[in-house]
Design a protein around this ligand. Structure first.
Ligand code: FRU
Length: 511
């Protein structure tokens, strides 16, 4: 009798749990990221409208509610208490009357400057690009528009006075809006993709905008400029004053081919951005192929450093990724800082601190040879994981090349290494598993990296189909998708052309 009761309970519980699932498909398909955001089903590209509002992190994202290819662009929506566990919500801003909802941002209108907020409380306002595709009778049109929510982003109303900014142009998009306290006005950075320019506009109420200035062309201009982002950061933990970072997406023409992003460091006075470097300087935010249209969160508490998150993909092959029933995912949220290096001030990126909450079983080896590290790792069950965090520090010794072979099995491997002769850190995914779905996917991506102390420090995140590398405390970020054969988890440190010196490494399974 008791056995039947337990069985009944289990059946009822299973039915309940299935009903709770966010998609009819669950989250355990091959390649399904476990601690990176991906929509339960269908297509996503850029993150949009990142905002911390009343205790919740909001992630909106370019979304096709009807399929796993780009189209019917709308804003999907998810919320999280910690930037790691995401609860999917219904589509926030759907395509309507033939106008797609392209990339944009959201703000917390604390003082009700827009007049949209009710009940004496702040409200959320979205500023997005409305995209009307070209048709027989008219050319394409991109304009800037508003929508607002008075219930913590659960329901949205498009503003009746849209568009709020219309230059009658087919390419004019991706507004990033934030409050600039010193002049007490809203600032919009918005892209003129074909001119390779970011235009800045100012507004007191989000509804009427006037042009402040423009920046560009500068740096890399081999493709359209998209997804501008502007934020302020202390230099060297505020010992070196503050600087502004203007980040711009480039598609195609990025360093590793296809889409990628560059940044400029300079000053912003509320009207105009002035770069510290000559227009010929090009700085890349991420040296992998798979980080695009990254955005920072608006509304973070004052004491929190900016957090940025990107689309983990590349327009060269986004439509061909071998995943189902979803296509597209986000990078790990990254904490940003500016630090002085021998080359000048540079952007550093590290995974958010709260990732530590996900750490489960671990194995640690300190001051060993590479062979001893491998020996200790192989004795631990943690090495069987394909969802993990790995932190290592290798003294280069006499080795010409050293690093990790990841997600390996007979015949396939992803290599993360340091090539001493070239002075580059690299991810080689040419033999990582499934690569043939696009001629642009197999790649060896590399970044210049100096190691004056002859120590290579790597922080690596693996999540089934992705490898994110943060080298030398975040000086270099590299993001790469990989599609290894199912169940692949081989992991070992290696050195070539000599011996590495004292090596330490810790591997955590991430839950
Ligand atoms: C960048 C982008 C944006 C645009 C959106 C459309 O990936 O092309 O410029 O707003 O995607 O989905």
């Amino acid at each position: 009798m008791r056995g039947i009761q337990i069985l009944l309970f289990l059946l009822v519980f299973q039915a309940w749990a299935t009903g709770q699932s966010d998609s009819p498909h669950g989250f355990d398909q091959p390649y399904r990221p476990q601690y990176h955001f991906s929509p339960p089903q269908h297509w996503t590209n850029d993150p949009n409208g990142l905002l911390y509002f009343e205790g919740e992190y909001h992630l909106f994202f370019q979304y096709n509610p009807f399929g796993d290819e780009w189209g019917h662009m709308s804003w999907g929506h998810a919320v999280s208490p910690d930037l790691l566990h995401w609860q999917p919500l219904p589509v926030a801003l759907p395509e309507q009357n033939g106008v797609m909802i392209f990339t944009g941002s959201t703000v917390d209108d604390v003082a009700n400057t827009s007049g949209f907020c009710t009940g004496g409380k702040p409200c959320m306002v979205a500023i997005y690009t409305g995209h009307t595709p070209e048709s027989g009778s008219h050319p394409a049109l991109q304009t800037q528009n508003l929508a607002y929510s008075n219930d913590r982003g659960r329901t949205w109303t498009k503003y009746g006075g849209n568009p709020v900014l219309d230059l009658h142009m087919p390419d004019f998009r991706d507004p990033k809006v934030f409050w600039f306290e010193p002049s007490r006005h809203w600032v919009m950075a918005v892209s003129l993709p074909n001119e390779h320019k970011v235009a800045f506009y100012g507004s007191a109420n989000l509804k009427r905008w006037s042009r402040l200035s423009g920046f560009g062309p500068a740096g890399a201009t081999g493709g359209q400029w998209e997804c501008p982002e502007l934020f302020e950061l202390p230099v060297d933990g505020s010992r070196g004053g503050n600087r502004w970072v203007l980040k711009v997406g480039l598609n195609p023409g990025a360093l590793q081919g296809g889409s990628g992003e560059q940044y400029f460091i300079g000053r912003f006075d509320g009207k105009q951005f002035t770069s510290d470097n000559p227009a010929s300087t090009t700085l890349w935010t991420d040296y992998g192929k798979d980080c695009y249209c990254a955005l920072t969160f608006n509304g973070l508490p004052k004491n929190q450093p900016p957090v940025m998150m990107g689309w983990m993909d590349n327009w060269q092959y986004a439509a061909a990724l071998p995943t189902s029933p979803w296509r597209g995912q986000m990078t790990i949220p990254r904490m940003l800082s500016l630090r002085t290096t021998p080359d000048g001030i540079r952007l550093f990126q590290e995974p958010i601190d709260s990732l530590k909450q996900l750490r489960g079983a671990h194995v640690h080896a300190a001051n060993r040879t590479i062979q001893q590290v491998n020996g200790e790792f192989q004795r631990s069950p943690v090495v069987k994981s394909h969802t993990y965090e790995l932190i290592s520090s290798f003294s280069l010794g006499t080795a010409q090349e050293t690093g990790w072979r990841l997600l390996s099995t007979n015949g396939s491997v992803t290599i993360v290494g340091y090539d001493r002769r070239r002075g580059t850190v690299f991810i080689d995914r040419r033999h990582s598993g499934l690569t043939g779905f696009s001629k642009d996917f197999p790649a060896r991506m590399q970044a210049p990296l100096k190691t004056p102390d002859n120590v290579l420090r790597l922080h690596i995140l693996v999540d089934r189909c992705s490898v994110e590398v943060f080298a030398q405390d975040g000086r270099i970020a590299m993001t790469s998708l990989v599609f290894p054969p199912p169940g692949t988890h081989g992991l070992e440190a290696y050195a070539r052309g000599g011996n590495a010196g004292s090596s330490s490494a810790t591997l955590w399974e991430l839950r």
